[in-house]
Design a protein around this ligand. Structure first.
Ligand code: PPE
Length: 316
């Protein structure tokens, strides 16, 4: 992976190679951590974090769901992140905050082990490849079902839960595909190993609902809004597996992946990215990069241009 100079670790900016934990840290043994994947984009007004507050809100909710009290406030986390990007001199980058039960106690009710928080920011290119973003990827329905609400909490973005995604991703990659699509416990379409899924059926955009064990993706929400603003009908409903094969278009959304078309699924051709996918993708990419006026409120500018502008207005 590409490195940056500093990592924020429990309130301090430490050199990348010094950001270490003890081998008996609780999270290393049991997966007791919650995290976020956030992206920052180099815009005309400097680096800006996409839907920063929404990501930190989800981090706090994931922590709450697993009884991990965040040791810092949401505003402290947001400011630490902006400062980290400034100190690392980064433009476009991926941001990874992780709150985890650290060193101090083992066992399953280890409330004596502290909750640690780290924030890393580093360059990370197209998750499913630039070719994939342009021409679409080949996906395969996984033999692994997405974790269900009977045993874990699909709404939480928790470290241990990713063993499920890793099984699916490993299986599909080893079989020569670029991504895995998981069905939920009931056998309905759920999501990719690290992305939400959308289909186009009879000109309507369809995406699985919350009860299908999805992660409540922030890019899913953004894309639903963008598509509706563009005049498309977006329906949240259960999707049968065969509908994937019958779809006119399919695409995936996620922070790391952004918006990636699917051109083939289980060896059924879907084809080159369709018109609706392209239309939504273009607007979405504009929104991410600060080129869509109507979605500027989704960006948290690292250098706070509004404050700079206001200060210069006051001084003149
Ligand atoms: N589902 C899963 C399982 C998931 O991990 C992600 C994000 C999404 C849906 C989309 O959520 P959102 O980013 O809020 O739109 N996956 C993150 C982790 C990827 C990784 O390999 O690590 C990400 O995209 O950052």
């Amino acid at each position: 992976m590409e490195q940056a100079d500093l990592i924020w670790h429990n309130g301090e900016f430490v050199p990348w190679e010094d950001a270490k934990v003890h081998v008996l840290s609780h999270a290393l043994h049991y997966g007791t951590g919650v995290f976020e994947g956030i992206r920052c984009y180099e815009t005309e007004h400097g680096p800006a974090v996409f839907r920063h507050a929404d990501h930190i809100e989800r981090l706090a909710k994931s922590a709450e769901l697993y009884y991990l009290g965040l040791p810092y406030s949401k505003e402290e986390i947001a400011e630490a992140t902006r400062e980290l990007i400034r100190r690392n001199g980064l433009g476009s980058c991926y941001i990874r905050p992780l709150a985890f039960r650290g060193y101090g106690d083992l066992g399953l009710y280890a409330t004596d082990a502290p909750i640690d928080l780290i924030i890393a920011a580093f360059p990370w290119g197209a998750y499913l490849g630039e070719e994939g973003q342009k021409h679409g990827i080949r996906a395969k329905v996984s033999s692994w079902r997405r974790i269900g609400p009977g045993g874990l909490i699909p709404h939480a973005k928790a470290s241990g839960q990713y063993l499920n995604s890793i099984l699916a991703k490993t299986e599909s990659t080893n079989a020569g595909y670029e991504e895995a699509i998981l069905l939920d416990e009931r056998g309905f379409v759920c999501e990719g190993s690290g992305e939400n899924i959308f289909l186009v059926r009879d000109g309507q955009i369809v995406t699985p609902p919350h009860v299908a064990s999805i992660l409540d993706g922030i890019n899913r929400k953004s894309v639903i809004q963008i598509a509706r603003d563009l005049g498309y009908t977006v329906v949240e409903r259960d999707v049968a597996r065969a509908e994937l094969y019958l779809a006119e278009e399919i695409f995936l959304t996620g922070t790391a992946a952004e918006l990636v078309p699917v051109r083939e699924i289980d060896d059924h051709p879907i084809g080159e990215p369709g018109e609706i996918t392209r239309h939504v993708q273009a607007k979405f990419v504009d929104a991410l990069n600060g080129r869509a006026e109507e979605y500027l409120e989704w960006l948290d500018f690292v250098e706070k241009p509004s404050e700079v502008d206001q200060a210069s207005k006051v001084s003149t």
